[in-house]
Design a binder for this molecule. Structure first.
Ligand SMILES: [Zn+2]
Length: 422
């Protein structure tokens, strides 16, 4: 387990809460069998383990919030019997903006809201994500995220395990020294990672903004503090500069050339393009965005053109050997809960094999969050973050949008499976 995973395991209280439940049950019901102590047994037609493996007629045993065993079906007691469904690790979206929403005016702005109202919108988004099978996510990022992260971690408010970058580094953050100081402050404020804006928005053409020295300062200082970095970069030069500076992950990459994609692979830099939900969602909700910031007609024209550019780039990225392609959506207002559209699009439009796309949304995504020993695969010892979908996503990837069962940390948050026993 990496330092980050240890930090989170320490900070997140569900395990302690679960321990509390067991102790209470022992104190108050010592003579009856306590359901808190019983194992939960899930039987499914098919299991996708998140690491590329498939098991038919699978049984997963969950105890004390963790996966105890994974095997073939047995005759024993079954808590959840899903003979038509496929079980997967809870999905992971490595890039969302969980606080973004359509406010009271119906538009994508929090104008005129109280902080309390803003927080409730963020909680709604978290619930929508969990309900649609996303049990872990990374918000990149907003100061509101920190309290939401802690609230979800208390184990009552339904939402995905949440990581956040809180506040980003930009070209105007200052000199390399000032940037290092800023990174230390954001880490002290509780950030799980550092976000860099190394290029302009796609709505402004995506040109590089931060210098190589600035990027190096941010990524170097974060690394020194044991934190990951996530670099927003459209321009090819910015993507390459991030990889060369040893940054952890690059997002977007719409203008990346084959040579630069190869550099990402060589350096082991995670790559998180967004091709199937982000721009589509803006265009679907144009009237709710138009007129806010750089969401002007010119910006929308850039975005319309961006969709085929992204698709073409992604098809080239698929050909780059050993490139670590992550599932991330950059979901904003209007997109929360629809995160799996990114996976469906990658498979149906770009031709990514469904299993690779699923790995990119499970074990590989967990690795990119520093949580690979905790979430993202179905194996003994992992947190019991499990979802069941209606159908086989390897044959029909749209099954990922039909999530009928959601368990996180051993707790069932959703079960609308037909004929399920509980
Ligand atoms: Zn973003």
């Amino acid at each position: 387990m990496g330092q980050i995973a240890r930090d989170i395991a320490r900070r997140w209280p569900p395990r302690h809460l679960r321990a509390g439940v067991v102790i209470t049950a022992l104190l108050f019901a010592p003579t009856t069998s306590s359901s808190a102590q019983e194992a939960t047994v899930i039987r499914v037609a098919s299991l996708i383990d998140g690491r590329g493996g498939v098991l038919r007629n699978a049984t997963v045993v969950v105890e004390a919030g963790r996966i105890k065993s994974v095997g073939q079906a047995t005759q024993g007691r079954v808590s959840y019997d899903f003979p038509q469904l496929t079980l997967l690790p809870g999905l992971i979206d490595t890039h969302v903006h969980i606080d973004t929403h359509f406010g009271k005016s119906g538009r994508a702005t929090p104008e005129g809201e109280t902080p309390q109202e803003s927080m409730l919108y963020a909680a709604e988004n978290a619930y929508a994500m969990l309900n649609n099978g996303f049990t872990t996510t990374q918000s990149i990022g907003s100061p509101l995220d920190r309290e939401l992260r802690e609230a979800i971690a208390r184990g009552v408010l339904p939402g995905p395990r949440l990581l956040t970058s809180i506040s980003p580094v930009r070209e105007d953050t200052g000199t390399p020294d000032q940037i290092r100081q800023f990174v230390r402050k954001v880490v002290a404020d509780g950030a799980d990672l550092i976000k860099l804006f190394a290029s302009k928005s796609i709505r402004e053409g995506g040109g590089q903004t931060m210098t190589g020295a600035q990027i190096e300062a941010a990524c170097g200082e974060a690394k020194r503090l044991g934190k990951r970095t996530w670099v927003h970069a459209h321009a090819d030069s910015a993507v390459k500069a991030a990889a060369v500076a040893g940054c952890w992950a690059v997002t977007h990459g719409s203008q990346a050339t084959d040579a630069t994609l190869a550099v990402l692979a060589q350096r082991g830099t995670f790559f998180e393009p967004n091709i199937g939900l982000l721009l589509q969602n803006y265009i679907e909700h144009k009237s709710q965005y138009l007129g806010i910031g750089n969401f002007n007609e010119a910006g929308f024209a850039f975005m319309e053109k961006g969709i085929p550019v992204n698709l073409e780039m992604f098809r080239r990225a698929l050909k780059v050997k050993a490139l670590k392609l992550l599932m991330g959506t950059d979901a904003g207002a209007g997109a929360h809960g629809q995160n799996a559209r990114e996976i469906v699009y990658r498979v149906q439009q770009a031709g990514q094999p469904a299993m690779d796309a699923i790995v990119g949304a499970t074990s590989l995504a967990a690795d990119s969050l520093g949580l690979k020993d905790m979430v993202g695969s179905i194996a003994p010892g992992m947190e019991a973050d499990l979802i069941a979908v209606d159908g086989d996503p390897i044959k029909d990837v749209t099954a990922l949008r039909r999530v009928v069962f959601v368990m996180k940390g051993g707790k069932v948050y959703k079960n609308v499976a037909a004929g399920s026993q509980r």
